[in-house]
Design a protein around this ligand. Structure first.
Ligand code: A3P
Length: 305
């Protein structure tokens, strides 16, 4: 069996186990709170959060931070291709985001060779301190309206997450921060306070859609990596939505289409009513307008009719 096939089967088995566990749980049991934030029970645990603190950061780690549905898988793919081109071998990766691992994952990751490509949805305050001190962090942003729509479809199609009877009910929870990984607004406000610390590069989903090579160049400059134009073109080809959708169909089975849903900017118009749109505008104005990250999101361009 090839390494790839072995990896695929391992993932399939783990995911089937998670789905089986979730199928026996009530909606209330599917989530739990840790330090005031909601998390998915079958993916995260208090023990994992504690063990995450034992993960030792390295200067050559690449850590991608995202609020859920802002382009985690896409940026992992981009960085995977960049690092593979530089090192002639794939980087070490965790299974999904760090907080989805079992406690023993971190011991294994501490032994794994560099470069390591890691990702997480936790807040700035819950990020292991050594990473904040040592590692260059890539923060991916996405406008809140598209994020909410993507999140709604994802939670309703993912057996390990709570299902909502309606978009209206989901949006209420999203706006109030009662969704897994907490409030979109608090998450970004917290990172915003540290955006000038010198070790964080923020990019947006929308800019990645508009001009991926330009974002790849920014990433390379930030990490001190050099790619030829030909290599950048290859990274771009291997990070298109179509390419990734095909890849995920083989690696993630039925869940492939759940992760690779539409990949568009502006899909919020398919679900938001005018009143809901205005409510989100008011939330953005209250919390993120005028902040550095809020400015980067180009809210006027991407979130108005
Ligand atoms: P949609 O649900 O709007 O389609 P995450 O990886 O953080 O869960 O984010 C998922 C979102 O990123 C989904 O958005 C998914 O389709 C989109 N996405 C993933 N890969 C992409 C790509 N290569 N190009 C554009 N969008 C992509």
């Amino acid at each position: 069996m090839s390494g790839y096939e072995e990896e695929r089967r391992k993932r399939e088995k783990i995911v089937a186990g998670l789905h089986e566990r979730a199928s026996k749980m009530t909606p209330a049991e599917l989530i739990f709170k840790y330090k005031g934030i909601v998390y998915p029970t079958v993916l995260c645990s208090e023990a994992t959060f504690q063990a995450m603190e034992t993960l030792k950061a390295r200067e050559d780690d690449v850590l991608i931070m995202t609020y859920p549905k802002c382009g985690t898988n896409w940026s992992i793919q981009i960085l995977n291709e960049i690092l593979t081109a530089i090192h002639n071998k794939e980087p070490t990766k965790a299974f999904g985001t760090l907080e989805f691992g079992k406690p023993e994952t971190f011991e294994q990751l501490n032994q794994m060779p560099s470069p390591r490509l890691l990702a997480s949805h936790v807040t700035y305050g819950n990020t292991p301190k050594t990473f904040l001190e040592k590692t260059k962090i890539l923060l991916i942003l996405r406008n809140p309206k598209d994020t909410a729509v993507s999140f709604f479809h994802f939670t309703n199609k993912n057996p390990v997450l709570p299902t909502y009877e309606s978009w209206d009910l989901f949006l209420r929870d999203f706006i109030n921060g009662n969704v897994i990984f907490g409030s979109y607004f608090d998450y970004h406000l917290e990172w915003d306070k540290h955006i000038d610390d010198g070790n964080i590069l923020a990019l947006t989903f929308e800019d990645m859609k508009e001009d991926l090579p330009a974002q790849v160049r920014k990433i390379c400059e930030f990490y001190g990596l050099t790619l030829t134009e030909e290599q950048i073109k290859l990274v771009q080809e291997k990070s298109t939505f179509a390419f990734m959708k095909e890849k995920y169909a083989t690696t993630h089975g039925k869940m492939g289409d759940v992760f690779m849903r539409k990949g568009e900017v502006g899909d919020w118009k398919s679900l938001f009513t005018e009143a809901q749109s205005k409510e989100m505008d008011a939330m953005f104005e209250k919390h993120l307008a005028g902040t550095k990250l809020g400015e980067m999101m180009s809210y006027g361009k991407y979130c108005t009719y």
